[in-house]
Design a protein around this ligand. Structure first.
Ligand SMILES: Nc1ncnc2c1ncn2[C@@H]1O[C@H](COP(=O)(O)OP(=O)(O)OP(=O)(O)O)[C@@H](O)[C@H]1O
Ligand SMILES: [Mg+2]
Length: 265
């Protein structure tokens, strides 16, 4: 993405931001709350149309990118939150993600049309394999709503991976995870880079620093730094942006302590 600008109702959310995810690299996108990370992510997904800038994928400019084109382009994503289909089982949810590999099967199955059984069986196998990779195969027949949040997040990741993408877009995959789960996620993302490129939007700094090859830092819609984890960590502009954030967090904590008296201690 180069020179990307986005405005919502006249308010600038992104201004002249450029970011390139290199083949086989994990690229982190960080910044304080409201920095514009999800907006840039949504531009990459075709969910938000930029008012300026270009998106290029494998040397070809994507004009008027739409989310429905992503899977054909070899791009998968998980969104901030979970976004599984409540009315489909875990296995079916993952099968939806694999549909670019199906000729007829699953979509016609959903519509109760006569299906190609072989396609359907292949899709099922792929979906089972993706769930197994995420240690979630035991939940195949469950409905997402009945599962703990971290398991739902793993299923959403399986759904993105089952398409065997060349680029994986992840918006806050670690939110709501425990330290251990986050560590496992980090290992997984690292191992994925052998098969695909990853764009990782994430708040957890230790995770980002551990798994990313390169990092872009946004603050108030502007790109304030870019480089290796070490370069970004040493950048005073980044410290300043996060210090502002940290002060806010402390103020929030103080406010919380005043209102509920820290009763959870
Ligand atoms: N659909 C929208 N309409 C209007 N303003 C929006 C919209 N989406 C985002 N914004 C605004 O754009 C700015 C960037 O928001 P964005 O969600 O991209 O930030 P973020 O870095 O992802 O934040 P967070 O860390 O909280 O997820 C914010 O000021 C936000 O209020
Ligand atoms: Mg966001």
């Amino acid at each position: 993405m180069s020179g990307i600008s986005v405005a919502f109702g006249g308010v600038s959310a992104l201004s002249d931001v450029s970011l390139t995810v290199e083949p086989g690299q994990v690229h982190g996108l960080i910044g304080p709350n409201g920095a514009g990370k999800t907006t840039l992510f949504n531009v990459a997904c075709g969910l938000v149309r930029p008012s300026a800038g270009r998106i290029t994928w494998r040397g070809r400019e994507l004009r008027r990118l739409r989310p429905s084109q992503l899977s054909k382009l070899g791009i998968s994503r998980t969104l901030q939150g979970v976004g599984l289909f409540a009315g489909l089982t875990v296995l079916e949810n993952v099968m939806v993600g694999a549909h670019r590999h199906a000729k007829a099967g699953f979509v016609s199955a959903l519509l109760a049309l006569p299906t190609a059984d072989k396609d359907d069986r292949l899709l099922r196998e792929r979906a089972h394999a993706a769930l197994a990779e995420l240690d979630a195969e035991g939940y195949a027949d469950r409905y997402p709503g009945s599962l703990p949040y971290p398991v739902q997040k793993r299923v959403a990741l399986a759904r993105a991976l089952v398409a065997d993408p060349d680029l994986l877009l992840l918006d806050e995959p670690a939110s709501g995870l425990s330290e251990d789960e986050m560590h496992e996620l980090g290992e997984l993302i690292r191992s994925l880079s052998a098969r695909m490129s990853v764009l990782l939007v994430e708040h957890h700094m230790d995770l980002v620093m551990r798994v990313c090859d390169r990092i872009t830092v946004l603050d108030s819609g502007e790109q304030i730094a870019a480089g290796t984890p070490a370069e970004v960590q040493a950048d005073p502009l980044v410290t300043e942006a996060y210090l502002g954030d940290a002060v806010d967090v402390e103020a929030d904590a103080a406010e919380l302590a005043r209102t509920d008296g820290g009763t959870h201690a």
